[in-house]
Structures are given as C-alpha cells and as structure tokens.
Design a protein around this ligand. Structure first.
Ligand SMILES: [Zn+2]
Length: 242
C-alpha cells in the first residue's frame, strides 16, 4: 500500500490523486482523467513522485482502460527524469512487468496510436533511448558523425528518401548516398524485437523503416560505411537525471 502522506509533492497536487483515481476506477470520467494527466504527467512529459505512487493502480486499471494504460506508459517514459522517486520506482518492478504485458497485448489489437503505445512499451522495457527516438519513418532525420572521419552526416528515413548526406544550410542535403538496409534475418537485440513485433502486428511501415535504422550508411566524405543504430545510440544514450 502507498502511504500518500509520505509521497514527495513538489507541485502540491499529490493530495487529490487518490480521489481522482477512485473516480476513474468507478467511471471513465473525462474530466477526472484530464486532472490525473495534469497531476501525474504534465504536458504528457513531466513526472513527479506521485506518478510512481499511482502506477500500481493505473496498471491494474489498464486491464480494461486504454487511457490508464496510456498514462502509465507515459509515466514510464519519464522514468529517467530527475523526479526524486527512484525508491518508489524500484518498488514497482512487478507492476512494470505487468504493464509490459498489457502494452504488448494492446499492440496486438493494432490500435490507431500504435507508435505511441510501442514507445510506451519500449520505456516499460527500460529501452528509454529507443522509446524517445522511434519515429513514424515518414519524415525522420538522425544527425550523426562519421566514426571514421568525424564529419557530420545526416541520415534521412522518410517518404522522400532513405539516404545519408552532408547537410548544407543553403543547398539542403547534398552528396546523398542510398542507405543499405539490414536484412531482417541479420537483426539482433532491440532491433530484432521491434521488427518481429511490427511484423506480428502487420505494421509494415515500422518493419521497413527499422531495417533502414538498423542498417548501414555510407559517409559521403570518406566513403566508409557505418552502423546507423550503433552510432546513434553511442551519441545519444541518455543518462539518469537528464
Ligand atoms: Zn567519413
């Protein structure tokens, strides 16, 4: 049981959370949900200790409420923030495992907000970096440095092309080189898991974009090729408190 009197309350809103949870558990009151989002995940981003105190009830409610699942997932996306509730989060290990199961089940139902739910699942799985970076591959850019010659390389994965290039502020992306997508059978680790889940759920756009993101790019300057996902991960791995 959560002792709400012990929950740090930097925004001064934790006190009304238990009553709001009571309310949404009894009926899907839209106004109560709005207040809960404001109190637990302001602007869909900022989490507070009360967010993790509320997580067990949200996940329990998530069995029948997509809204609860979405709020719980968004809270997990903020787990690396400097929220001062690492102790509460540690106590939630079983709850987070349950959340992962529920989010995976939800993905199987192919919801319209598939990408959002997938990013929630990645966060619940502790893959915060990929949770933050995964886009819909219609207009995605990744800014990297060539590991060989250190020149800035822009990698584009979108409807208009899938290429590596040098970004010129006047001329746009120049010296474009086609990406070399990974073969699905060569994917491992997180890439493998995301790919398999996307295929299972009929999300061809995600599966296809992923083979590019986990594929190789050619540096337009020195012509060496490098692993896009590995370089992006090395440059952008979040650290606790950021
Ligand atoms: Zn290079």
């Amino acid at each position: 049981m959560i002792d709400w009197m012990q929950v740090l309350d930097p925004l001064g809103t934790a006190g009304r959370v238990p009553a709001l949870l009571d309310q949404v558990e009894h009926d899907e009151d839209a106004e109560a949900w709005d207040h809960l989002w404001d109190a637990l995940c302001l602007e869909g981003e900022t989490v507070v200790p009360a967010s993790f105190a509320a997580l067990p009830r949200l996940v329990a409610l998530g069995r029948r409420s997509p809204e609860a699942l979405s709020l719980a997932g968004s809270i997990m996306r903020g787990a690396l923030q400097d929220h001062g509730a690492d102790d509460l989060l540690l106590k939630c290990t079983d709850v987070v495992a349950q959340l992962r199961k529920l989010l995976d089940q939800r993905l199987k139902s192919r919801p319209t907000d598939y990408l959002h739910a997938f990013r929630d699942l990645l966060a619940a799985d502790g893959q915060y970096h990929w949770s933050a970076v995964l886009g819909d591959f219609t207009d995605d850019f990744y800014h990297l440095r060539c590991p060989c010659c250190d020149v800035k390389v822009t990698v584009a994965i979108g409807d208009y092309g899938r290429y590596s290039a040098i970004r010129d502020w006047h001329a746009g992306d120049i010296e474009k080189r086609e990406l070399k997508p990974a073969s699905p059978e060569d994917l491992v680790g997180t890439g493998r898991w995301i790919y398999d889940t996307a295929v299972r759920d009929g999300q061809d756009w995600l599966a296809k974009g992923l083979t590019c993101l986990f594929g190789r790019a050619e540096c337009p300057r020195c012509a060496s090729t490098f692993d896009i996902a590995a370089e992006y991960t090395a440059a952008n791995l979040p650290s606790p408190g950021e």
